[in-house]
Ligand binder design. Structure first.
Ligand SMILES: Cc1ncc(COP(=O)(O)O)c(C=O)c1O
Length: 387
């Protein structure tokens, strides 16, 4: 049986807490890496009491506890819960609301979730308004005090990396009696801690940076408070079954140990790449909040610490044809969806999202990985020469 993790010392830097996986040592063996508990059921003693307090793996698998407690510590929340995917975690949060509740979400956000909200979410009875969340007045005027139960934001947001003022939206939510949830997948707690800025929930596609190796699907919710709403979310996960598997949870903990070095390295590279291509004659625009000309730069500089993230987009001259030509000519950048892995990815979002996509047809989204940035710049330069 594993020892309880020591309460993280407040004077320890989050990177130290992550690198040591909360300092958890296996009580029985002294192992510094935890075992994987594959058991789906737990035994009872002769008086029919549960021996270890657990009954069944769907609501309660011990392998999930260490990565959950680590993520809660990094985000500064009271608790975290792991889900089978980022979508499963987000959908569970929306399903914890009641039919008739009003939700405000951004127009610019992960498209799969926007689709779910405006399709299944509405069918399920949620009233959903999409706004430009980078404009605080737009959020404030969409909110219906008493009826709005949740404001959802993503910052910097897919795929134009628009920046939303988290503290500003938190104040609007508080005044209206609504809760604020922030998709923190892209900045991660390394660069942004939404709970400290007034958010109630943080969501992650842990498939991305938290794991960091493009080899598992996972999601997470982190709560500022372990209140009744949080208990309902845990109950929905346990009964609905959108829980993470034990092996994935174990892999995720392994990935999170290196989160800080990966995110910081990739953010430095992304800034170098953005600065290199800013003003390039073959490009319409470079979209990256680390560039001073980006409309969200001032807010990003205030609420992000230590970097602007490793995601950027290039708008290529020549429309969709130009963008697809550049993508085709890249040798090092992998043409694939997703983000947050060690390998750099390049994606033509409009092709992936289909004809209804609001994304500009000339836009290539880049997820900067851990390669030498000079190699990545050289590969894009030679591809741009095709235009
Ligand atoms: C910002 C963001 N949020 C949520 C998701 C959904 O996560 P998952 O694919 O793990 O379900 C994604 C996936 O691309 C994403 O990029």
């Amino acid at each position: 049986m594993s020892k309880k993790p020591p309460t993280p010392r407040t004077n320890l830097h989050p990177q130290t807490i992550a690198a040591q996986g909360l300092g958890w040592i296996d009580a029985e063996t002294g192992a510094v890496v935890p075992p994987i508990h594959n058991a789906t059921t737990y035994a009872r003693d002769e008086s029919y009491e549960l021996i270890g307090g657990r009954s069944y793996a769907r609501p309660n698998n011990p392998t999930l506890e260490q990565p959950e407690q680590l993520l809660a510590a990094l985000e500064g929340g009271e608790a975290a819960a792991l889900f089978a995917s980022g979508m499963a975690s987000a959908v569970t949060l929306f399903q914890s609301l009641s039919p008739g509740d009003h939700v405000v979400a951004p127009r610019s956000m992960y498209w799969g979730l926007r689709d779910w909200l405006t399709g299944e979410g509405r069918r399920w009875g949620l009233a959903v308004d999409l706004v430009d969340s980078t404009v605080l007045e737009a959020v404030a005027s969409a909110v219906q005090p008493g009826r709005t139960k949740l404001i959802w934001i993503e910052t910097p947001a897919n795929p134009d990396w628009g920046v939303t003022d988290i503290a500003g939206v938190a104040a609007i939510a508080r005044r209206a009696g609504a809760k604020l949830a922030v998709d923190n997948t892209v900045p991660t707690p390394v660069l942004t801690r939404p709970l400290a800025l007034g958010a109630d929930f943080v969501m992650h596609s842990a498939t991305k940076y938290l794991n960091g190796h493009t080899d598992l699907l996972a999601g997470a919710l982190v709560a500022a408070r372990q209140d009744d709403h949080w208990q309902r979310i845990l109950a929905l996960r346990g009964s609905g079954g959108a829980v993470l598997g034990a092996f994935e949870a174990w892999l995720l903990l392994r990935g999170m140990r290196t989160l800080f070095v990966r995110v910081r390295h990739a953010s430095v590279s992304a800034l170098e790449i953005a600065r290199h291509f800013d003003g390039h004659p073959k490009l319409v625009e470079v979209l990256y909040p680390g560039l001073e000309r980006h409309p969200g730069h001032a807010v990003a500089a205030r609420q992000m610490e230590g970097g602007f993230g490793a995601m950027l987009s290039l708008r290529v001259k020549g429309g969709a044809e130009g963008a697809l030509k550049v993508a085709a000519r890249c040798h090092l950048w992998v043409r694939a969806t997703s983000l947050g892995g060690t390998e750099s990815l390049l994606e033509h979002r409009a092709s992936v999202e289909g004809p209804s996509s609001p994304v500009q047809k000339d836009l290539l989204r880049l997820s900067v990985g851990l390669e030498e940035p000079g190699d990545l710049i050289e590969d894009l330069e030679q591809a741009l020469q095709a235009l």
